[in-house]
Design a protein. Sequence first.
Length: 427
Amino acid sequence: MDDTAIAQLIAAEEKRQRDGIELIPSENYVSRDVLTAMGSVFTNKYSEGYPGRRYYGGQENTDQVETIAIERAKQLFGADHANVQSHSGAPANEAVYFAWLEPGDTVLAMDLSHGGHLTHGNPMTRSAKLYNFVPYKMKNPETGEIDYDELRELALKHKPKLILAGFSAYPRELDYAKFAAIAQEVGDQCLLMADMAHIAGLIAAGVAKNPFDYGFHVITTTTHKTLRGPRGGMILSKGTVSTPLKAPEKTLENIPTLIDRAVFPGMQGGPHEHIIAAKAVAFREALQPEFKTYAQQILKNASVLADELQKRGFKLLTGGTSNHLILADVYSSFGIDGKVVEETLDKIGLTLNKNTVADDPLPPFRPSGIRLGTPALTTRGLKEDDMATIAEWMRQAIDKREDAAALEILRREVRDFARKFPLPSDS
């Protein structure tokens, strides 16, 4: 590469990733094949529209790539339809809202401080200015149980047009059957939507429940995180797939077509076909038997890491984890905020993110908690026995956070350890 400045930063980032341990639960490492597809000549091609219905010529290859991605996605998740064009998870969620709702319609979604995502009703977002979001919460943050009685009361009171089950920072599994029963009470035109961005890989591997098995109509997701693909989004749905000349009636049966029209031309123009090619590669990898083994190991690692952290004084929200994700209240545990912990662990090569806890008394930029998980480190090949080592480094770094020399010793230990586990792109 002739651009020395960028080449140096790419090299520096490769070194950072190779010399550290990634604990952010929304991050992962892609394979060399996925990287190759992302860097392919498909980045040169404009392809507004959908396979067989494009607004530009020269689509004989892009149509095949996108069709392969669609079919593999449907196979992975048991969907009737897949839209693989969404650029990321947030616009995927907004596309579903745009497809189904009218301004002012009500959505029932998880409260942000109890684990929901920004696009689930945060007042700063565009969707929250268009639609009426009513939040539901955990009944008890100590156990993580959702207050389904309150959820039902809210649903019957507000009659939402859409009920959203999903999260960005929730360590347990949702009871999809209860969501479905509540939606049935609301009415037969209440859309059931699951945002599975964090657990898509676990669902694809069959180690987490699939919302479609419980009557959900739509699932949105990112394609990175546990699915281990490129950074992007996807919308899966049940219903009849058609290509009418005019906008179809807003019925649950027509959801696939309504979503396609909401994504393009409703919200975005030309899809990123190089990313769609990389999604197709990642979907093929997720269809292989070894991916199930990988997903099972994510859960094993997360469970052991949660136990090891608790042994070292970390107070965990919901008392542990049932998926890949762990939330720790470091303010209650050690009297420091999550930003301090994030910055301290960065210094020794352990990367995680500060995060709010349920009804957090501290502000979002200096919240009480941290969020971490095991997808990326599992991709590197770490196993259960390695989790105690990571937990011990975390506790030592917190205890010695003002001792630069001690942190440097820990940094060297982490680096030497991490180098034993190559990145997937190294092979």
